[in-house]
Design a protein around this ligand. Structure first.
Ligand SMILES: Nc1ncnc2c1ncn2[C@@H]1O[C@H](COP(=O)(O)OP(=O)(O)OP(=O)(O)O)[C@@H](O)[C@H]1O
Length: 241
C-alpha cells in the first residue's frame, strides 16, 4: 500500500508538485501517467526517501520509506535504468546489493532467472544493451522479494518481447498481492496493465481511480489521456510558427 497525501515539493521558486494525493493498493497495478514535467519522478523520489517533501506525507506500507527496516525487502524500486557500476558484472551488482541489505544470496540466481539475465550474469554491465540494463534495474528492485514494487518507465529501451514481459511481470506481481506502481508514457501498455490510474499534469493530480471507469467514455486510454492533458503539458509541442 502506498499513500500520498497533500504532497508538495517546492524547489526554490519552482513548485514541482502541489497537494498531490492518491493511493496505490495491494493486489493492483497503479499506472502513474502525465506529460513530461508533470511531477511523476518528483513524487516517486519523495516516496523512496530520495528527496524531502516541502509539506505533506508519502508513506509505503504505513511508514515513511526512511523509517522502514531493511527497506529493500519491503519496497523495490527501479529508477533511471540499473544504477549499476559499468565495470561490475550483473551478478556482482546483485551480490553487493544482497549483502548490504541482508538478503539471502539464494535470491541472486532466482532473480536473474526471473528477469531473463541468467545467461549474461557474468558480463560487465558496461557491455549491456539498454534493455538488459532495464532488466537489471528490475532485478535489483525484485531482489528482496518486496511487497511494494515501484517502476519508473520500465519499458524504456525494451523491444516488444521485453515490453510484453514487463506487462506480464506487473500483472503477476499484483496477482500475488503486491502493490505495483508504474510510470509510463506508453498508453496502450498502460491500458492493458493498469487496474488504477493516477494522471498528473503540471504538478497536480488531474484524474485518479479505477482505469475502466476513468476511460469508459473514451475509445481508449490514449484518447482519454489527450483529452485530460490537452493544454496542460509543461512544454507545448513544437509546431509551425
Ligand atoms: N531538482 C530540481 N530542481 C528544480 N526543479 C526541479 C527539480 N526536479 C524536478 N524539477 C521540476 O519539477 C517539475 C516536475 O518534474 P518531474 O521530473 O517530477 O516530472 P516528470 O513527470 O517525472 O517528467 P518526465 O516524464 O519528463 O520524467 C518540472 O518542472 C521540473 O523541471
Amino acid at each position: 500500500m502506498i499513500e500520498v497525501e497533500n504532497l508538495t515539493k517546492i524547489y526554490g521558486k519552482r513548485t514541482a508538485i502541489e497537494s498531490v494525493t492518491f493511493e496505490a493498493r495491494a493486489g493492483r497495478v497503479t499506472g502513474l501517467l502525465g506529460p513530461n514535467g508533470a511531477g511523476k519522478s518528483t513524487t516517486m523520489r519523495i516516496l523512496l526517501g530520495l528527496d524531502r517533501a516541502t509539506s505533506g506525507r508519502a508513506s509505503v506500507l504505513g511508514s515513511e520509506y526512511r523509517s522502514l527496516r531493511r527497506p529493500l525487502t519491503r519496497v523495490g524500486a527501479q529508477f533511471d535504468g540499473s544504477g549499476a557500476h559499468r565495470g561490475r558484472t550483473a551478478r556482482a551488482h546483485l551480490r553487493w546489493m544482497a549483502a548490504s541489505n541482508g538478503i539471502s544470496p539464494a535470491r541472486i540466481p532466482e532473480t536473474l532467472q526471473l528477469v531473463g539475465l541468467s545467461d549474461v550474469a557474468d558480463r560487465r554491465v558496461g557491455t549491456f544493451s539498454l534493455g538488459m540494463g532495464q532488466r537489471l534495474g528490475i532485478a535489483a528492485a525484485l531482489l528482496g522479494d518486496p511487497e511494494v514494487v515501484i517502476l519508473d518507465e520500465p519499458m524504456n529501451g525494451l523491444d516488444p518481447e521485453g515490453i510484453r514481459w514487463i506487462r506480464d511481470l506487473a500483472r503477476s506481481l499484483a496477482g500475488s498481492g503486491r502493490t505495483v506502481l508504474i510510470s509510463s508514457h506508453l498508453m496502450g501498455e498502460m491500458q492493458s496493465m493498469a487496474d488504477d490510474l493516477v494522471v498528473m499534469a503540471r504538478g497536480t493530480v488531474i484524474r485518479a481511480g479505477a482505469a475502466p471507469s476513468l476511460v469508459a467514455e473514451y475509445d481508449s486510454l490514449e484518447h482519454a489521456y489527450f483529452a485530460w492533458t490537452q493544454g496542460r503539458a509543461e512544454h507545448a509541442a513544437g509546431g509551425a510558427a
